[in-house]
Design a protein around this ligand. Structure first.
Ligand code: ADP
Ligand code: MG
Length: 314
């Protein structure tokens, strides 16, 4: 056996990047989550060439104070949790303090940010995780982050990317999910200079679904509302007259977080049993709200899976 070495920070970041940053869509997901956590009411995502050449996410959130800008790119650097107790009741989208470090390790980044208290903003540039520039900059309150040349220094990962149009469609799906989970945030998605998606942020989920899927789909939906402290379900499902041959139009969320969850899917299909012939699946856009401490979101690096304390109730 070889001697045991502790890996360098750069190597640790590259390995973490493998889990968190698989493709442009995963970068967009992490960056949009940061904008949501920063309290943004407007988030614009712009990509070129499927996000492989460039991704930018602009928000009007809290911004990052000058003193914190460099720290934000360190691994396990987060403003969202502090103690073990915090980990048991996550109320933010992020908490692992991993995304910016992981994305920075495998791309070139330019970020501009300003908090409301500051008179001048901060600009920072990184290449492969190394800071190459840090300056004062004039910019609006909020944060704009640009991620260029994803995987420029990890050719093995670059090779696994699909063609631009496929990567772009994955990014669009992420934007759709974020829009559905956050009707109060105006979401705009621009692909190669063209607006593909734009929600007004009026707080109404029906408006979002109308914007994303058009009038015909929206009219085939019926509202779902269930409230029994401390659990509630809100959203839309299709009327039995509208169904699909796949589960492709089922979007499930827990506390505003898009999830894949077999328990929720089974509960949905159980509710439709006898209403749809076998092989047909309902549309569903459902958000389950449960107390933060009754669901474990820390079971998957990309946070797409959750574990419930009491499955049967779901
Ligand atoms: P996490 O979201 O898990 O805390 P990240 O690596 O995604 O970790 O971000 C690190 C920190 O940088 C965040 O905790 C937050 O304080 C800050 N940050 C990142 N993006 C933004 C943003 N768009 N607006 C304000 N603060 C941000
Ligand atoms: Mg984050």
């Amino acid at each position: 056996m070889q001697k045991i070495n502790q890996l360098s920070k750069h190597m640790a970041n590259l390995i973490a990047a493998g889990e968190v940053v698989e493709r442009p869509a995963s970068v967009v997901k992490e960056l949009m989550e940061n904008s949501i956590d920063a309290g943004a009411t407007s988030v614009t995502v712009e990509i070129t060439d499927g996000g492989i050449t460039s991704i930018s996410v602009t928000d009007n959130g809290s911004g990052i104070a000058r003193d914190d800008v460099e720290t934000a790119f360190l691994r396990h650097a987060t403003s969202k949790i502090r103690t073990e107790d915090d980990l048991a009741k996550i109320e933010t989208m992020g908490f692992r303090g991993e995304a910016l470090a992981a994305i920075a390790a495998v791309s070139r980044i330019a970020l501009q940010t300003k908090t409301a208290d500051e008179t001048v903003g901060t600009g920072i540039e990184l290449e492969g995780g190394v800071v190459t520039n840090l300056t004062d900059i004039g910019c609006p309150n909020g944060t704009k982050i640009m991620v260029c040349d994803l995987f420029f220094n990890t050719p093995a990962r670059h090779k696994f990317l699909k063609k631009d149009s496929t990567e772009a469609s994955y990014v669009q799906t992420v934007c759709q999910r974020v829009a559905m989970a956050n009707p109060s945030i105006a979401i705009k998605f621009i692909k190669d200079g063209k607006i593909e998606l734009h929600t007004p942020g009026d707080g109404n989920l029906y408006t979002v679904l109308y914007c994303l899927f058009g009038r015909e789909t929206a009219q085939g939906l019926t509202e779902v509302r269930y409230d029994r402290e401390p659990v509630s379900v809100y959203g839309y499902v299709s009327k039995p007259t509208m169904s699909r041959a796949s589960r492709g139009m089922q979007y499930l969320f827990v506390n505003g977080r898009p999830v894949k969850n077999a328990t929720m899917q089974a509960a949905l299909e159980e509710a439709f049993r006898g209403k749809l012939v076998s092989g047909r699946f309902p549309y569903a856009f459902l958000n389950l709200t449960v107390p933060a401490d009754s669901v474990d979101v820390n079971v998957h690096p990309a946070k797409t899976e959750v574990k419930f304390g009491r499955k049967a109730r779901i």
